[in-house]
Write a protein that binds this ligand. Structure first.
Ligand code: AMP
Length: 113
């Protein structure tokens, strides 16, 4: 989708600090980090959010976790980190392209706010 900022990042049409990219998944630094390590991992295909996933997305969505593990190791936060997927405005979703937040480098509390 041309009006989706994450689609534009995936396609190299908008600037981002990309850390990883393959045919299915792209990972890049969050522009407003909420922790010392804050990386977004997205499916290259436009999926609006968790509420729109389909069975055919399962392999790509599983890959988000594999890439998260690799990135966490690369950034030295593999001992503990938090993975977050917000779905819907009231849950904090502000970009309508499914994304996994990888947050690390500080301690986290539960439940989240
Ligand atoms: P969410 O609020 O869960 O939808 O997360 C969206 C995240 O995308 C936020 O943490 C934003 O800081 C981040 N974000 C928005 N635009 C960009 C961008 N152009 N490059 C990198 N991160 C972005």
């Amino acid at each position: 989708m041309t009006d989706c900022i994450f689609c534009r990042i995936v396609q190299g049409q908008a600037p981002a600090r990309i850390l990883y990219q393959d045919e299915d998944v792209t990972a890049f630094h969050d522009i407003h980090p909420g922790s010392p390590v804050h990386i977004l991992i997205v499916p290259n295909r436009h999926i609006v959010g968790a509420a729109q996933v389909e069975p055919e997305d399962e392999a790509v969505l599983g890959k988000l976790f594999t890439v998260a593990r690799l990135v966490a190791e690369e950034f030295g936060v593999a001992e503990w980190y938090r993975l977050v997927v917000n779905n819907g405005r009231s849950a904090g979703q502000s970009v309508d392209h499914l994304h996994m937040h990888l947050l690390g480098g500080r301690r986290f509390h539960w439940p989240p706010g």
